[in-house]
Design a protein around this ligand. Structure first.
Ligand code: ZN
Length: 407
């Protein structure tokens, strides 16, 4: 009876926590633990081999893919699978798996330096850096500088970094050991300037370089080439992931590079990556009133471009949902940074608290659309078998709750 009550209360706390955009509810345990023992994270990290994963986009997916790849080692892997990526969430994830010799942890960009110091990871994975919301635009250069300092102070750590992102390259190049991955960069708007000297960066098919100083894209060991990966030994393998889109292929190549540090051959890791079909409800297809609804999360301009890459081809319909609560950022002016013209020629539905902001933006791009009250309203108007949904953070959570949040 007490166990059932505890389970029920835990479930209720988890639901409230998810609705508030604070992960899966396990964070609460981590918060209490850190109050009692401020060094909890360091203590829980002793005698483990840890991978930290950070960047603006793709953290949760890449964490999941690395966890899947390391499964080939046949040992337990601790992970914060629900994206609770600050200290309390990490402590909770490690605390839940006290005997796991391996851990793959997604870390909030701003927390990387202190988490790096506490956990002494074997590998740090740096994916990309772009503005998350307009109110944080100025922060990314500061974030990169702090990563740089933290990595310079961790000489035993390996860094797996995306060489196609100039700011990531600058941050990672202070590290003693870097494995460079050609993972691509969909969003260039936050990296026109050289981090070394402030001059304009030049881009061509070979990559990027500074027009004034010697700062340039480093040579890469791992390359994403269309639907294939070229591994560190020069072998080409077809990725054939279940997860859709270029951004996920890029995350998979990063995961393969991390797995190799642990001695996992791509041939053993790849089948495990292909089995990953859904990340915390994203990409899941849910049945709703006789239609297949697929959920895509996009929290910032770079994320919206990645989501557009994943859409079913036109004339398949799409629902765009935008909120502006705390986790989303209150300022929706970032909507103007995204080019929506690719949505022309398909039915577009617009929902969410800030649907009028988005409507004005779509009008400027001459994308025809229809305002709707919610996901069901859009589903009812769809003539074909499916509907893709792109939503930002709290809009995504809200729609998941409406649809019953099946995995
Ligand atoms: Zn320069």
């Amino acid at each position: 009876m007490r166990a059932r009550l505890a389970t029920t209360l835990g479930g209720a706390a988890g639901t409230m926590s998810r609705l508030a955009g604070r992960g899966d509810g396990s964070v609460i345990g981590g918060v209490i633990g850190l109050r009692v023992e401020p060094d909890l994270l360091a203590l829980l990290s002793v005698d483990r081999q840890i991978v930290l994963v950070t960047g603006t986009n793709g953290k949760t997916t890449t964490t999941r893919l690395i966890t899947a790849a390391l499964g080939a080692l046949g040992q337990d892997v601790a992970t914060n699978a629900f994206g609770a990526n600050m200290e309390a969430g990490l402590a909770a994830a490690l605390g839940k798996a006290p005997d796991a010799p391996l851990a793959v942890l997604e870390v909030d960009e701003r927390y990387l330096p202190r988490v790096l110091k506490a956990t002494k990871p074997r590998v740090v994975t740096l994916l990309n850096l772009s503005r998350d919301q307009m109110d944080r635009a100025a922060e990314i250069w500061l974030v990169a500088r702090r990563w740089r300092e933290a990595l310079a102070a961790a000489p035993d750590c390996w860094v797996v970094a995306n060489a196609d992102d100039p700011l990531i390259t600058w941050a990672a190049s202070s590290a003693a050991h870097v494995i460079w991955v050609a993972a691509g960069q969909r969003w260039h708007e936050d990296s026109w300037c050289c981090a070394e000297c402030g001059s304009h960066l030049l881009r061509d098919e070979l990559g990027w370089r500074c027009g004034e100083c010697s700062f340039q894209r480093p040579a890469t060991r791992w390359v994403l080439e269309g639907g294939s990966v070229i591994d560190s030994a020069g072998r080409i393998s077809d990725l054939s992931l279940t997860l859709p889109g270029r951004a996920n292929r890029s995350n998979a190549v990063v995961a393969l590079a991390v797995a190799e540090v642990f001695g996992v051959d791509p041939a053993h890791a790849l089948p495990r990556l292909r089995e990953v079909a859904s990340i915390a409800g994203r990409y899941t297809r849910l049945e709703r009133r006789g239609r297949q609804v697929r959920l895509l999360l996009a929290k910032n301009p770079a994320g919206w471009l990645e989501a557009f890459d994943v859409l079913e081809p036109a004339p398949a319909p799409v629902l765009l949902a935008v909120n502006a609560q705390g986790p989303d950022g209150k300022d929706t002016s970032w909507l103007w940074d995204v080019d929506y013209r690719v949505l022309r020629g398909r039915p577009v539905f617009v929902a969410g608290e800030r649907r009028l902001d988005l409507a004005v933006r779509l009008e400027a791009d001459q994308v025809t659309f229809e305002l709707v009250d919610g996901v069901d309203n859009a589903v009812d108007q769809v003539s074909g078998p499916s509907l893709d949904v792109i939503a930002n953070y709290t809009a995504f959570q809200h729609i998941r709750v409406t649809l019953g949040r099946a995995e």
